[in-house]
Design a protein around this ligand. Structure first.
Ligand code: NI
Ligand code: MN
Length: 236
């Protein structure tokens, strides 16, 4: 699909760096330093305008505090995560909750549901992080991107389709802690995106879902969607 000026770099697992058509830098689920899938030459981030966090698990949030302090991005997350980050030194927070939409600079962000769990590892102490969520981001060129976070498949993905009609979806396929290929294919039948980017697989041996298995499940279900399989570090 034509991203029309948006540049997406997969940093491995659920972490993406997205450059907007207007040149703003956004990170989704910031986890790079401890992320075994992030290539060494992509571990240092030199600029961030927006930071979006789906939940507080360390494989999505491990670098949130440091990156917020280093680059002063606008932090977009559920209320509890924003307050946590503010207490740790984030200077620009844009808290929200599920069902809400806000314009932040040149992006419009809607927070949507995600069935998962959510805690934050605060230096070895597990603290509550509010509820996990997903995001639908509408760019100034009209392209809409859904980052699901870490959910199972759930029926209200049909509502996400009806209300926001995302063009491109980032869906976990690794299984065990999230959807696997079968569930992700069902999710595509509900979300009906033009393109899907699988994520949250192969980072650790226990995440056994593969793009090949996902492709098979999509075919078996008769879902027509462009499957964009990226390599960690690759930009589209
Ligand atoms: Ni998680
Ligand atoms: Mn995860």
């Amino acid at each position: 699909m034509n991203l029309n000026g948006i540049k997406i770099t997969w940093l491995g697992h659920a972490t993406f760096l997205v450059v907007t058509p207007g040149g703003k830098h956004m990170i989704l689920d910031p986890w790079v330093t401890g992320n075994p899938a992030t290539p060494a030459n992509k571990k240092s981030i030199d600029r961030l305008d927006y930071m979006l966090c789906s939940h507080g698990h360390s494989d999505h949030f491990g670098d949130a505090v440091e990156l917020a302090k280093a680059h002063n991005p606008k932090v977009i997350a559920i209320y509890e995560l924003c307050i946590f980050l503010q207490k740790k030194g984030a200077r620009q927070i844009a808290p929200m909750n599920k069902g809400g939409t806000q314009q932040v600079g040149d992006i419009k962000v809607s927070m949507v549901n995600a069935h998962h769990s959510n805690t934050i590892d605060d230096n070895g102490v597990s603290v509550p992080g509010g509820e996990p969520c997903g995001f639908v981001i509408e760019f100034e060129n009209g392209v809409k991107l859904y980052h699901a976070g870490d959910p199972n498949v759930f029926g209200d993905m049909a509502i996400i389709r009806e209300l926001y009609a995302p063009d491109i979806c980032m869906l976990p396929i690794g299984d065990l802690f999230t959807m696997g290929p079968k569930e992700a294919a069902y999710a595509c039948s509900l979300l009906k995106p033009k393109a899907v980017i699988p994520m949250h697989y192969a980072t650790f041996p226990v995440l056994t879902g593969t793009p090949e298995a996902f492709q098979k499940e999509l075919k078996a279900r008769g879902v027509s969607v462009e499957l964009i399989t990226m390599k960690p570090g690759e930009t589209r």
